[in-house]
Design a protein around this ligand. Sequence first.
Ligand code: NAD
Length: 253
Amino acid sequence: MSGDATRLAELFDRARRAVAFTGAGVSTESGIPDFRSPGGIWDRFDPNEFTYANFIGSLEGRRKYWELGRVTYPVIRAARPNAAHVALVELHGRDRLDCCITQNIDGLHQAAGLPPEKVIELHGNATRARCLACSAAYTRDEVHAWLEAGDAAPTCPACGGIVKPATVLFGEAMPEGAMAEAERRAREADLFVVLGSSLVVYPAAYIPLHAREAGATLVIVNLAPTPLDARADLVIRGRAGQIMSAVLERMDR
Ligand code: NAD
């Protein structure tokens, strides 16, 4: 690991535009399970049930969604940033990070201190919700208070519309602005570092490929192999927090 960390430290030292691309694996050290590791969310719930079509299409679909939310959101709410989140803030402080493109919905990059404008959220944010009819905004805490009070599929107190979390569900359109910005930043990067992503969720997983095609050095830091490992210049198998802490120690500045 130490040779790999030294190599990544050198790449950060040399980079003019380094972009981080994070997935659920960057938050497992904060206690939020990822989706695909053994014991992850999809070992306990069936992903096919949690589609946008099911959420919009039926009361039963929304009930199922919020049932999952009652398990997952309290874990997200209680989580605190870990060494990987802190390392990215440190890189930003040293002026070595252009931005962080994240698939995560937990808000931990911002909680660690990365300025919100430096975080591009591809899959939305679990701490907010919105009425699909009148666009009234609610915090996720408000929605969960309604759930706890016995409302299994909350509707908007203002207009009765469907209240949906501000996350991108399976089968839902990606946020256009965030995707376009992520693609642009990826193409302009000279160093693109994937941290804790299985790289199987599309279209997000195209972003590292855009970076590679445009000439960036591609680094993948992940516990398990990914389909893009063969395209990467450096693959580091290990924990994102541990590796990024080692990288910071080895950097010149
Ligand atoms: P994923 O669950 O598909 O893959 C996570 C990857 O991270 C795995 O390959 C695993 O081996 C690796 N990993 C786990 N712990 C690690 C660690 N400490 N260091 C390095 N690697 C580690 O996650 P994904 O690729 O982000 O895609 C799943 C989707 O689920 C995402 O789009 C995201 O929206 C959502 N999700 C988000 C959260 C969150 O916000 N924290 C949690 C679960 C799922």
